[in-house]
Design a binder for this molecule. Structure first.
Ligand SMILES: Cc1ncc(COP(=O)(O)O)c(C=O)c1O
Length: 481
């Protein structure tokens, strides 16, 4: 009976024959030690020339499937751990999928990404249709036209020197951050992950704002830490509550979004920043300052980051290009003391060696050419106009209370009708192709079902579309009465 048939997978004939032999072994039709037909018999049976058969055997021997003994011929490798029967019918074997023992869980992926909705009010969504892809492509092309082979290889894990230099200048001019080591990370999320792994151990606490950024919370919990939610009011985190929780807990790290508190958008005033810094210094607790949308501030110059006035270098400064460019660029910035930078770079070696060199070099060129700054200015103008429109439109709707944020890409609004649960409203809005973010998503520790706020992103859609979708939301609110 002919048991070998070429496996037509598009490869060379001898590989197709080798694959057929392997399949027979895998299925148990051939057992370890079983003799195989001679080259001559194979050749006649399959109608292939001997050279092809010899090449197939050579391949099978090299991979360990087949052994060859002088004067005896070829046989199936004696050490192959295959169980089966010589008489096994050539039926398809059914395998139950391997059941992995998962020790940890990540963050559940959303069934429908925000970008798939007709109206996307995600607070962190930039308007990617305005990104100058063509202009950026030129910098990508010129990077590839004259590749720096050394940089494209392993080595240097902190980021390409050209981009680090551009970012050093940018941080110095725009945020007065100097004398720091810079590391380019795969988005600020990677930076958060590494810092949490380096600084936290099981059972310790991270002080976070009562309302906060869920991916950061996930990272702290993944490192084994518990969250200590610090009370906040309309000005942001309350330093007295922070001190109370430091004295009565085991806080080893503070995570803050001082410029535009996430998700409430308020700017932490100078006096509170100083109070928090003094507490951090007194109790020797580092601060992560997540400055995720520093670029977009409309009222005046944004307050300089806490990292700009940090004589002890206890602030771990984090920023991102996800908003000015696009989240898929995966360019995050860490500005830290040299000793911490060394530890972070070494830890990063275990995860991903280094970042995407092509993207980094192209970005460095884009910054050097002035294109980045032009884009930034243009987007700031566009987003400011969108914010102003959003404010006016929401005032007309008369269903929300809110304050006008000085910057950022979102509004934090409270429903006037507090009997409506915004989680339910967000679910109803989904049926109309509208993506809304609601308060409950942001409570860093369980709350008493308080759920009256929405975070409404205004940056990603033109004014008219913004109003269209929110008119539908206003109707839903009216129906809920
Ligand atoms: C508070 C906060 N941190 C960081 C980021 C940026 O994350 P990444 O750089 O990983 O894209 C965002 C984006 O939404 C954010 O809202």
């Amino acid at each position: 009976m002919k048991i070998f048939n070429l496996v037509d997978n598009g490869s060379a004939k001898y590989l197709q024959l080798a694959e057929s032999v392997k399949q027979n072994i895998r299925m148990g039709k051939l057992l370890p030690g079983d003799p195989l037909p001679s080259v001559k018999a194979f050749s006649e049976d399959m109608g292939l020339n001997r050279h092809t058969i010899m090449k197939a055997f050579a391949e099978l021997i090299a991979e360990g499937w087949v052994e060859s003994q002088q004067r005896i011929g070829y046989s199936v490798g004696s050490k192959i751990p295959i169980e089966g029967s010589k008489t096994a019918a050539p039926k398809q074997q059914v395998h139950a999928k391997f059941d992995f023992r998962l020790i940890r869980a990540g963050t559940a992926l959303s069934a429908t990404p925000a970008t798939h909705f007709t109206y996307n009010y995600s607070g962190g969504q930039p308007d990617l249709s305005k990104f100058p892809f063509n202009e950026f492509k030129r910098h990508m092309s010129s990077t590839l036209a004259r590749p720096n082979i050394e940089q494209f290889s392993y080595g240097e894990t902190k980021g390409v020197p050209e981009l680090i230099q551009q970012i050093q200048t940018y941080l110095r001019k725009s945020r007065s951050i100097t004398n720091r080591d810079i590391i380019i990370t795969n988005g600020s999320q990677e930076a958060l992950y590494i810092v949490a792994q380096l600084l936290l151990q099981k059972g310790e606490q991270v002080a976070v704002e009562a309302l906060g950024y869920p991916p950061a919370m996930a990272v702290f919990k993944n490192a084994g830490a518990n969250l200590a939610a610090i009370k906040q009011d309309v000005k942001g985190i309350i330093p007295e509550d922070l001190e109370y929780k430091i004295l009565n807990g085991n806080i080893k790290l503070i995570y803050l979004t001082p410029l535009h508190q996430y998700p409430t958008t308020v700017t932490l005033p100078i006096a509170r920043r100083m109070a928090v810094y003094q507490l951090a210094s007194k109790y020797k607790i580092p601060i992560i300052e997540d400055d995720y949308d520093h670029e977009f501030h409309y009222r005046s110059q944004p307050l300089a980051p806490m990292a700009s006035d940090d004589p002890q270098q206890l602030v771990i400064y984090l920023s991102t290009f996800s908003k000015v460019m696009f989240p898929g660029a995966r360019i995050g910035i860490l500005a830290v003391s040299d000793t911490l930078a060394k530890a972070i770079a070494e830890y990063r070696m275990m995860i991903s060696h280094k970042g995407n060199v092509l993207m980094q070099l192209a970005l460095a060129k884009w910054m050097e050419s002035g294109g980045f700054e032009r884009h930034l200015k243009r987007m700031t103008r566009i987003y400011m106009a969108r914010r102003d429109h959003a404010i006016k439109f929401l005032e007309q709707l008369e269903v929300f209370d809110f304050i006008c944020p000085d910057g950022g890409m979102a509004l934090w609004v409270k429903l006037k009708n507090t009997s409506i649960n915004t989680a339910i409203l967000a679910t109803q809005a989904k049926q109309h192709g509208i993506y809304l973010q609601h308060e409950k998503q942001y409570h860093t520790t369980p709350c008493n079902n308080q759920n009256n706020h929405l975070r409404i992103g205004f940056a990603s859609m033109p004014e008219q579309k913004f109003s269209e979708g929110l008119s539908i939301v206003a109707n839903l609110i009216a129906q809920n009465k």
